[in-house]
Design a protein around this ligand. Structure first.
Ligand code: RIB
Ligand code: CA
Length: 303
């Protein structure tokens, strides 16, 4: 069993990733750390607590960064995740609250307490992880593995033609993480755009007759409609964040190549993740995915 810290900016695919991780016996999610990204930090933290309550799970949640390392925050992607970040399905406030210590201090303390045991799965902007490395560089040699959803190495971006959302939201944080020497695996658009959740899934979830199935179907339908609007005929929505979890559960879902990935920090191509053959550190870039195998595994685990 892998001990996991899941760093999220809970929006809709983050919520699907949380459900997948918490329903997978291969993982022990010891903590959830939150970041701004798909909404303000207050929303993404609230949303994480809402999803835990929907799932009937109690996992400590640690509130993190509310803005990028050194540039102004971009407009939140409400057109993809809804005004509340969960497809406008948030009703009442959650009963659960976040813990008293912050995400960055939690990451540092947990990694130092359990050297070479903690896998960090980061599916939002990399601000929390970058702040943790800057505050305590020794954690670089103590983290077991880092798997991130982010980047578009050999394919076009989803925010600009060059850049993927998590990276362009905080390019300096991504560059810090990629150059730190952390053992990073990049699960980018190169593979996540191949893992589409079919539209028909929502009816299956509704047919389950459970409140959580209904909630997740109603939440995900907003994301589905956004994908159909921006990619007419696509027939589904991308399981970006769940695939990062899937790669930790079973790395056999993907093929990886070692590249020195650097982030463009200025100009028209800001946020682009560029693969260099020369130079260090080498990180693992996912270049192929067994999409149907992964999708079936994900669906089999969800509820
Ligand atoms: O580009 C997709 C990524 O940006 C996903 O993590 C999604 O949740 C958003 O954060
Ligand atoms: Ca995310």
């Amino acid at each position: 069993m892998k001990s996991v810290i899941l760093d999220v900016d809970t929006g809709i695919d983050d919520a699907l990733a949380i459900a997948y991780a918490l329903n997978s016996p291969e993982l022990e999610v010891i903590g959830l750390t939150t970041c701004f990204g798909n909404g303000p930090i207050e929303y993404t933290t609230r949303n994480t607590l809402v999803i835990l309550e929907q799932l009937g799970k109690r996992v400590p949640v640690y509130m993190g960064a509310d803005k990028p390392l050194c540039r102004p925050a971009k407009k939140f992607p409400t057109h993809v995740h809804g005004d509340d970040g969960l497809g406008n399905q948030v009703g009442r406030a959650p009963f659960m609250e976040a813990e008293n210590i912050g995400a960055v201090d939690y990451i540092i303390s947990e990694v130092k307490k359990r050297p070479h045991e903690i896998t960090i799965i980061a599916v939002g902007p990399l601000t929390n992880l970058a702040l943790a490395v800057k505050k305590n560089p020794e954690i670089v040699s103590l983290v077991k593995e880092v798997v991130i959803m982010g980047g578009a190495v050999f394919v076009k971006g989803n925010v600009t033609p060059y850049s993927e959302a998590n990276v362009i939201t905080d390019p300096e944080a991504a560059e810090c993480v990629f150059s730190s020497g952390l053992p990073v695996t990049v699960v980018g658009l190169d593979v996540t755009m191949q893992t589409l959740l079919p539209n028909s899934t929502l009816e299956d979830w509704r047919a389950s007759g459970t409140d959580v199935g209904q909630f997740f179907a109603d939440m995900t339908s907003f994301y589905m409609q956004a994908y159909e609007t921006f990619n007419p005929g696509i027939g589904g929505c991308a399981l970006h964040d769940p695939l990062a979890v899937g790669v930790v559960i079973d790395s056999g879902f993907v093929k990886k190549e070692k590249w020195n990935v650097k982030v463009v920090l200025e100009g028209e191509e800001t946020g682009r993740t560029v693969a260099h053959a020369e130079g260090e550190p080498k990180i693992q870039v996912c270049t192929q995915v067994e999409a149907e195998t992964f999708l079936n595994h994900f669906l089999g685990r969800l509820f």
